[in-house]
Design a binder for this molecule. Structure first.
Ligand SMILES: Nc1ncnc2c1ncn2[C@@H]1O[C@H](COP(=O)(O)OP(=O)(O)OP(=O)(O)O)[C@@H](O)[C@H]1O
Length: 192
């Protein structure tokens, strides 16, 4: 079968203590040894990767993200996009909590990917790399620069990047545009 450029993973989070307290029940289950989940009694859905309630951060990173970091280092554009309703676990999976005191095993995709990118760059003595980072929140139609909260959303615009065929965020119209990376990996790796 032809390899598709877009892969979709689903992660089921465990019930939160408050949900257990309110006697709520898990309505999604993984069919063992498949990439399928069943919602309710009989609605199956198939994904490229399925992570159940007991899945850990390391597993998600190694399976879905590590190969993308390798592609990134080789010069390809990659994007990781977390999608889900509020409280479904996007922040947990991407970042894995707040603060520097976070346990290593709790770290999510962003800190793991950044660590690996810089490790790979350090190991490579032949190529020069430039790493740029942007961290932008898109809420409804509003953009917010999370690294510079003073920037007015009116000064930020999404523009089409014809070369990359992706959305690009430009700020103040005078800065060089950077490819928007949906808050996951450094936006552009330049090779010199
Ligand atoms: N895999 C998981 N294991 C344990 N706890 C989890 C997991 N995923 C999410 N949680 C917990 O569930 C709660 C909601 O998760 P999170 O804040 O990541 O959701 P979100 O999708 O980012 O929500 P929002 O869109 O509102 O920001 C948090 O308390 C988080 O710690």
């Amino acid at each position: 079968m032809e390899e598709t450029p877009v892969k979709v993973a689903v992660r089921i989070r465990p019930l939160l203590p408050k949900e257990i307290l309110h006697n709520q029940h898990v309505c999604v289950r993984v069919i063992p040894n498949t990439q399928q989940i069943i919602i309710g009694k009989d609605r199956p859905f198939t994904f490229d990767f399925v992570f159940g309630q007991n899945s850990v951060q390391d597993e998600v990173y190694i399976t879905c993200i590590k190969p993308l970091v390798s592609s990134l280092i080789e010069g390809y554009n990659v994007t990781v996009f977390a999608y889900g309703q509020t409280g479904s676990g996007k922040t947990y999976t991407l970042g894995g909590g707040h603060g520097v005191s976070m346990a290593a095993k709790e770290k999510g995709i962003i800190p793991r990917a950044i660590q690996e990118i810089f490790q790979r760059i350090t190991e490579n003595h032949i190529t020069d790399y430039t790493v740029k980072v942007s961290y932008i929140e898109v809420y409804k139609e509003e953009l917010r620069d999370l690294l510079d909260l003073e920037t007015s959303s009116k000064d930020m615009h999404i523009r089409e990047d014809e070369k990359r065929n992706t959305g690009t965020v430009t700020k103040n119209c005078c800065l060089p545009s950077v490819s928007m990376f949906w808050g996951v990996l450094p936006s552009v790796l330049h090779f010199a």
